[in-house]
Design a protein. Structure first.
Length: 192
């Protein structure tokens, strides 16, 4: 049985985990929580799982979810419209179609240069990339050794905003691409 108090005089472990997660502005992993709370990692991991199950089962207005390598509170999907009205208060902070397309190219092709993004989209993406970088969705990921171009990737904030744990959670693109057999035939014909 997990002892539920810290240092025999502090708050219960469950309360301490909740308090830290409540003030965190990004997902917090169980290792960090264990260090801060000076408790074994497995105890903290067990508490996180138990809290997540408890919140989900009780139908509260929030969930505790693993995302981007850590844990974070999220509002429940059925509360989205109410939260949206409260947060936005009639203002929309949506990304433009160009920004969404550019973000998709970065997400699926990363690390990728601006030139490659522009080639995929067929238009210059410099302004859109500045916007995505400013919003914290995209960041520099080094330099291409062949061309010297700056490479870009999505950030953990991108994963967090989409509610994903990793890029492996991105949906597959194959169902939306043209038939591979027809593409290969066209390429073979053009090469001859």
């Amino acid at each position: 049985m997990i002892e539920d108090t810290l240092f025999d005089t502090g708050p219960p472990l469950r309360a301490a985990v909740e308090a830290v997660l409540l003030v965190a502005d990004e997902p917090v992993d169980d290792v960090t929580l264990a260090q801060v709370l000076e408790r074994p990692r497995h105890e903290v991991a067990d508490v996180l799982e138990a809290l997540a199950d408890e919140y989900s089962a009780s139908g509260r207005g929030f969930d505790l979810r693993p995302v981007a390598g850590g844990w974070r509170f999220y509002t429940r999907p059925e509360c989205a419209s109410v939260v949206e009205r409260f947060v936005l208060d009639g203002q929309q902070a949506k990304l433009t179609q160009a920004a969404l397309e550019t973000l998709a190219v970065v997400a699926y092709k990363q690390p990728v240069s601006r030139a490659r993004i522009s080639a995929v989209r067929g238009v210059n993406c410099d302004g859109v990339m500045r916007t995505l970088t400013t919003r914290g969705l995209v960041e520099e990921a080094g330099v291409d050794h062949e061309s010297g171009a700056t490479l870009y990737r999505t950030t953990s904030y991108f994963l967090e905003r989409l509610g994903m744990s990793s890029l492996d959670d991105l949906p597959p693109l194959a169902p939306y691409l043209p038939d591979a057999d027809g593409v290969d035939d066209d390429v073979d014909t053009a090469a001859r």
